[in-house]
Design a protein around this ligand. Structure first.
Ligand SMILES: Nc1nc(=O)c2c([nH]1)NC[C@@H]1CN(c3ccc(C(=O)N[C@@H](CCC(=O)O)C(=O)O)cc3)C=[N+]21
Ligand SMILES: [Mg+2]
Length: 285
């Protein structure tokens, strides 16, 4: 049996198309969602993501600003920019591209972003609200993963979801969101013993360990939904996921490719968070 491929690009386009009418209606009321992206330094991969975000804003009719700062920018200057954006009415969402240069303390910068403009969902208050189950801005990649699983038609309630990876950005929050969908969640990570025995029990397998082609067919239960969050740039310049797509698709159920899976959804969820933040700023949500 050959697995069906989950087309993240197509799902993204569908969601963005469904947002367009609302954005148009809001702009007629004078509410234009605004996103500021801050990029420190010249990491080429980051430049690509930032351009994709700019394009998404443009296509949706959002206002957008991109602040490209020199790699030697001081922490104080970066914090001053964040403060300015926190107070700028035209901006509803602020994204400071990570990683930051090593002389800047990431935590200090994330903590400085206004909670209601934290469209990455990385601020400790948004993380805390996610844990408690209160309203928060959800982290974009985990929210995109849940959306893709929903679109497969699989009922998550009561299913065994296994997450490989325990990062603050993906592994931890995606586990919480899967629990919220009433899945039974197991977390694995680089120190997990007998990992294959655990992942082979998964009805849903989410992989975010950051190692190219780490998961092969031996890790996967026949028919399982497989979501690959990996983004590994190979020496040949190609992008590889954490899942060995060619071998896994022979045993799995619906599976995401890289590129064209989770990546586009991350940007779509960022747009959705910016829209939510804009509505809240105007008392409309
Ligand atoms: N504060 C912050 N928030 C982020 O959300 C954030 C960040 N920093 N730093 C970097 C990572 C990475 N990231 C991606 C988003 C979209 C694609 C994406 O659109 N990928 C496409 C194309 C990729 C390509 O061809 O290079 C795809 O998978 O099909 C990739 C990577 C957001 N990140
Ligand atoms: Mg890990």
């Amino acid at each position: 049996m050959t697995a069906s491929i989950i087309n993240g690009k197509e799902v993204s386009q569908e969601i963005r198309a469904s947002m367009t009418a609302e954005v148009k209606q809001l702009s007629e009321q004078g509410v234009v969602p605004g996103l500021a992206v801050v990029l420190v330094g010249e990491d080429p991969a980051s430049q690509v993501y930032v351009r994709n975000k700019e394009k998404a804003c443009h296509d949706l009719g959002f206002y957008s600003e991109v602040h490209r700062l020199d790699a030697s920018t001081s922490q104080a200057d970066l914090l001053a920019l964040v403060d300015k954006l926190n107070n700028q009415k035209s901006i509803n969402g602020i994204l400071v591209q990570l990683p930051l240069p090593s002389h800047i303390e990431e935590k200090a910068v994330i903590d400085a972003i206004a909670v209601e403009k934290d469209v990455d969902g990385f601020h400790p208050v948004n993380v805390g609200n996610l844990v408690i189950g209160d309203d928060s801005l959800l982290p974009c990649t985990p929210a995109g993963v849940i959306e893709l699983i929903k679109r497969t038609g699989l009922e998550m309630s009561g299913k065994h979801a296994v997450v490989i990876g325990r990062s603050n950005i993906v592994g931890k929050p995606v586990s919480l969101l899967l629990q919220r969908e009433n899945a039974t969640v197991t977390m694995c990570h680089s120190r997990t013993a007998n990992m294959k025995e655990i992942t082979r029990q998964a009805d849903i397998l989410v992989v975010a360990i950051g190692r190219a082609n780490f998961v092969d067919a031996d890790y996967v239960k026949p028919g399982a939904v497989v979501i690959d969050v990996g983004m590994n740039r190979l020496d040949n310049g190609k992008l590889a996921g954490d899942v060995d797509f060619e071998s896994v698709k022979e045993v799995s159920g619906p599976i995401t490719p890289v590129p064209g899976g989770v990546g586009p959804m991350t940007i779509t969820m960022l747009m959705q968070n910016t829209l939510i933040a804009a509505k809240r700023a105007h008392g409309l949500a």
